[in-house]
Design a protein. Sequence first.
Length: 264
Amino acid sequence: MDARDVWKSYGKNVANQGVSFNIDEGEFVAFLGPNGGGKTTLMRQIYGELYPDRGEIRIMGERPQKALRFMGVVPQEGRPLDSLTAEEHVTLLGMLKRFSRQEARAKARELLELMGIDPKARVDNLSGGNKRKVLIISAIISDPKILVLDEPTVGLDPEARREVWNYLVEMKKEGKTIILTTHYLEEAETLSDRVYFLNKKILLEGKVSEIKQKFSEYYVVTNVDSGEKYYVKREELMEFLGKANFRFEVKLSSLEEIFMRLFQ
Ligand SMILES: Nc1ncnc2c1ncn2[C@@H]1O[C@H](COP(=O)(O)OP(=O)(O)OP(=O)(O)O)[C@@H](O)[C@H]1O
Ligand SMILES: [Mg+2]
């Protein structure tokens, strides 16, 4: 999948400013960035709901609108249809994309039970997190080659989030291409081969390990009383600590701290 110089504005508000990327088949890539950084705008262009103002996106050689048949999507603001049962919802999505009713229903039950959801429960009676799970399952039931997940685990409890992670790891092993946005940097760090930091433009791109290495010349010094953080270069660390008149903790940058440094 390639994006070349994608621009997208809402009126005068530029959301994507010359975004280019290249994602290989079977890669797991996360887009990270602050609220309003243009991630959802970019995702919506990837799954063909919006057209770029300039530039283009090609997916397996095709325009996004055509490539949609290879994709499973969880939109950021997506909500499942309230009046169905979980099983009906997932079955319907499976039938829309590829399966017969019987196949879709069997697969729907299997996935729902795997994720701990009663297939007969009505969607409007499910908790917020379980509604989110129904959406995720509805996106993956058709066994798509490409998954586009815009903050899929928002609102999930830690255990449910890990169930989703485990499932995504399995999907990656099967060779699927997965594109994720998340504000949980641990999620990005655990799952993705590569990350893009996006704030209108792409600010930084690379493997998590490479990015951490690049930033490893910085230490994070935390004032343990006030919680204030300082980013200090290795060669300046001793002098900084010598002058510090507070109790401190020193750590190497995590992905989260790199994020804070880039965007604050
Ligand atoms: N439908 C819309 N109409 C007008 N402006 C919009 C619309 N959708 C997004 N925007 C604006 O475009 C910019 C990018 O928003 P976008 O939703 O793509 O960011 P995001 O990175 O997904 O943010 P978040 O992390 O909060 O989900 C923001 O300034 C936002 O206000
Ligand atoms: Mg968003």
